[in-house]
Design a protein around this ligand. Structure first.
Ligand code: FES
Length: 126
């Protein structure tokens, strides 16, 4: 079974409409990660953007193992080698290309990708 289809950000709780600017690629930090938290009343949605050698991934910040955010205290989502996305809770590692867990307690499951477009060096929700 392959990766599930990306979900539209606007289908999640507290999120902005399609076409919202999420990040300027050139303004991402050197480690390439950025967390974005949307809140509205008691609803909260966290997503993250991660730039890699192969491109850019946008995912719901929700580990398929136990549902925690992948990061803990900062916006770093990659492992030390910069090869896999890492969940800091129990160490699951995910392929940044498609979000598939390649090692750890949720091996074979996927992060949920967020549909997005990239235009003129900027990432927008799709
Ligand atoms: S919650 Fe992510 S590995 Fe357990």
């Amino acid at each position: 079974m392959g990766a599930p289809d990306p979900i539209d950000l606007s289908d999640l709780e507290a999120t902005p409409p399609t076409g919202t600017l999420l990040a300027i690629l050139g303004e991402l930090p050197e480690h390439g990660g950025k967390e974005i938290i949307f809140t509205e009343g008691r609803f909260r949605t966290s997503i993250f953007i991660q730039k890699t050698e192969g491109g850019v991934g946008v995912f719901l910040n929700f580990c398929p193992h136990a549902g925690t955010p992948l990061n803990m205290f900062n916006e770093k989502f990659m492992d030390l080698r910069g090869k896999y996305l890492l969940c800091r809770t129990h160490g699951a590692m995910f392929d940044p290309k498609d979000g598939k867990c390649v090692r750890g307690p949720c091996k074979g499951k996927y992060l949920r990708a967020i549909a997005h477009t990239i235009k003129d060096g900027a990432i927008y929700s799709a």
